[in-house]
Structures are given as structure tokens and as C-alpha cells.
Design a protein around this ligand. Structure first.
Ligand code: PCA
Length: 221
């Protein structure tokens, strides 16, 4: 029977047990509490880590995850972070090589967190994850876009130009709300992006239905 290969990952921010994104690691095996040397900054409702041998111990946990989970986490963390391998010190002694997400953005002028423990910072601050507003908007906009598009097709030729313009412009909205959901790192961002893509595809299909017969009529052979 094929066994799934697992790798180790050190988490120090919202993925930690008790923090806002830990649900993403549910079912992954905890290898233990751990720390790396570096600096921790509160960027927003999530932190940044910069590795530095002259830094302070940044607290976190090591988990065992499979490759599929690693890919999911990569897509969630996005371009703001780079996943790299680093030596990590286990609290119970010993050192392991683990993946971690180092921040790639700007931290200049930002106050460093000392002690470098995101969990106690998240508990004591108001810095909760963003609401799911943009994702919700995208979910609602999907049926609205398809509905208005279909209505415009159905009432075609009735002289309702504004309805055609509305049908043409609406797919842009879920496209943007989906992008914003991702930018804000909302919990349902993946679902919102899928909805935005479906709205876009539906838009093109409606366009095809609308204009393809006319194109065939223009060029019958
Ligand atoms: N999530 C990753 C990196 C920063 C964040 O909020 C983590 O918890 O390790």
C-alpha cells in the first residue's frame, strides 16, 4: 500500500493552535512546540517572521503535513511569504529541519513583538481575521450575474439597452470581489474565487449564445 510522504512545517502565526487559521491544519499531527531565531512583526491580523541568528526566539509549533496540504498552505499564504527550509529547535530538545513561511514584504518602521509569541498577541489584541464580506458578496453576485444575463437574453430585442449593459458589466463585480477576498485573506477566499470564475465563464457562454447564431447567419458557409 502506498504511504503518503509527510514533511515537517514550523508555524509561528495564525496557523498556530488556538490562532485564527489553525483550522487549516486540523487533522495534521503535532510534533511539538518549537522556536526559531528571528524577529516577529504584527503586519495586520497576521504576523511576519524574518529569520535572524542574532534575533530572539520566535515561538511556534512543528506539524507533520503531506504534500497536498503544503500546496494548500502555499496558496493561502500567497506571494507575501516564501516557504523555505530552516533548522528549528524543538522545545523538548533537539533540532529538526522544517519548512516555514518567511515574510517577503516591508517591515520598516514596524514595532517588533517581544516576546515573539503571536498567540499571546492575538489573544490580547483586537487583531481578529477579517470578516467574510467580500466572499459573501461574490457568492451573492454569482446567481445575480447569471440571472441578469439570462434575463437580458430572454428579453432580447425588447429595446432594454440598459439591461444589456448591466448584463455585460456585472461579471466584472464578482471578479473584483473575489480578488479582494483573496487579498484580505478571507476564510472563504478560495470559494469566492471559484464563484468569480464561474460567473466569468457563464458570461462568455451567454455572449456565445447571443452572438454565435448571428455570426453563422452572416457567413452561412
Ligand atoms: N501564517 C503562517 C505564516 C504567517 C501566518 O499568519 C504561520 O502561522 O506560520
Amino acid at each position: 500500500m502506498p504511504t503518503t510522504q509527510t514533511v515537517m512545517i514550523f508555524v509561528y502565526g495564525t496557523l498556530r493552535e488556538g490562532a485564527s487559521n489553525h483550522f487549516r491544519l486540523e487533522d495534521c499531527e503535532l510534533r511539538g512546540e518549537a522556536w526559531v531565531l528571528g524577529h516577529l512583526y504584527p503586519i495586520d491580523w497576521y504576523p511576519a517572521l524574518l529569520l535572524d541568528d542574532d534575533g530572539v526566539p520566535v515561538r511556534g509549533e512543528v506539524y507533520e503535513v503531506d504534500r497536498a496540504m503544503l500546496r494548500k498552505l502555499d496558496s493561502f499564504e500567497g506571494a507575501e511569504y516564501e516557504r523555505l527550509k530552516s533548522p528549528v529547535h524543538l522545545k523538548d530538545g533537539g533540532e529538526v529541519e522544517a519548512w516555514l513561511y518567511e515574510y517577503r514584504g516591508e517591515v520598516e518602521g514596524m514595532r517588533e513583538l517581544v516576546p515573539a509569541d503571536w498567540l499571546s498577541h492575538e489573544e490580547s489584541s483586537e487583531a481578529g481575521p477579517p470578516s467574510v464580506g467580500c466572499s459573501m458578496a461574490t457568492f451573492v453576485l454569482l446567481p445575480v450575474t447569471i440571472g441578469v444575463g439570462s434575463l437580458a437574453l430572454w428579453l432580447e430585442g425588447s429595446g432594454l439597452r440598459w439591461l444589456e449593459w448591466l448584463a455585460a458589466g456585472l461579471p466584472l463585480l464578482p471578479f473584483f470581489t473575489g480578488r479582494w477576498a483573496r487579498k484580505r485573506r478571507e476564510k472563504w477566499a478560495e470559494g469566492a474565487e471559484i464563484c468569480a470564475a464561474v460567473a466569468f465563464i457563464a458570461f462568455w457562454l451567454l455572449l456565445l449564445i447571443r452572438y454565435l447564431p448571428a455570426a453563422f447567419e452572416a457567413f452561412p458557409n
